[in-house]
Write a protein that binds this ligand. Structure first.
Ligand SMILES: CC(C)(COP(=O)(O)OP(=O)(O)OC[C@H]1O[C@@H](n2cnc3c(N)ncnc32)[C@H](O)[C@@H]1OP(=O)(O)O)[C@@H](O)C(=O)NCCC(=O)NCCS
Length: 185
């Protein structure tokens, strides 16, 4: 086999066990869960989940999650419940890996919210991310109104650092964001 020495080695997605969730690779039978997320008011606006709620668009989304490993963009996990059924997504994104930083993003399908899945998934991700030698800081950004999100992050050990004014455009509007971080070593 010819190996190109200049080509970065692709990432390998681990299987992570949380208290009530498992973080695993996306599978094609997760498509209905993606289709439900497509109908959420917020998820398609802040993620790459398509607004098109067709099965075809959902399968293309799943394929893109696998490609994140090849491109070293980051680790995209399906959050699975006690029955291994997907209830959401959590990602560890490596855009600023060379500075020792990674960002965390997540969502839970509307029908599975307020059961502790987000907090549990963030906690499981953080536990594993601590073992990644190159990372020293995890960060995430949350709009102040999104109490469910920042409470889940705080429960998993993230600390609020401040308010970033007009930090990001969401739905065509420049929004303030809380910045949260967790120092891993
Ligand atoms: C934000 C989101 C991920 C929370 O997921 P979840 O699985 O319902 O969250 P959890 O059940 O783990 O709840 C964590 C905490 O937040 C609280 N919480 C959850 N939803 C809440 C809400 N809408 N309002 C106020 N508090 C809420 C829970 O009671 C819990 O509090 P506790 O730690 O005091 O017990 C989910 O609502 C979602 O996917 N929203 C749309 C996408 C999104 O906002 N992603 C995050 C972008 S930064």
């Amino acid at each position: 086999m010819n190996v190109d020495p200049g080509r970065p080695i692709q990432l390998v997605l681990p299987l992570l066990a949380g208290r009530n969730v498992t973080l695993r690779s996306f599978r094609s039978d997760d498509a209905p869960m993606i289709q439900e997320a497509s109908e959420d008011d917020l998820i398609p606006t802040i993620t790459s989940v398509p607004t098109d709620n067709s099965e075809e668009a959902a399968l293309a989304f799943i394929e893109r999650q696998h490609e994140r490993l090849h491109t070293r963009t980051g680790y995209s996990f399906a959050i699975a419940d006690e029955n291994y059924v997907a209830v959401g997504q959590i990602g560890l994104w490596l855009e600023h890996e060379n500075h020792g930083r990674a960002s965390v993003g997540y969502w839970i399908r509307p029908s599975a919210r307020k059961r502790g899945y987000a907090a549990d998934a963030i906690f499981a991700l953080v536990g594993w991310a601590r073992s990644l030698q190159q990372l020293h800081r995890l960060e995430l950004y949350v709009e102040p109104w999104n109490e469910g999100s920042w409470r889940a992050a705080e429960r998993a050990g993230f600390e609020r650092e401040g308010l970033l004014r007009s930090w990001r455009q969401v739905g065509g509007v420049h929004r303030d964001m809380f910045v949260y971080s967790l120092i891993t070593k």
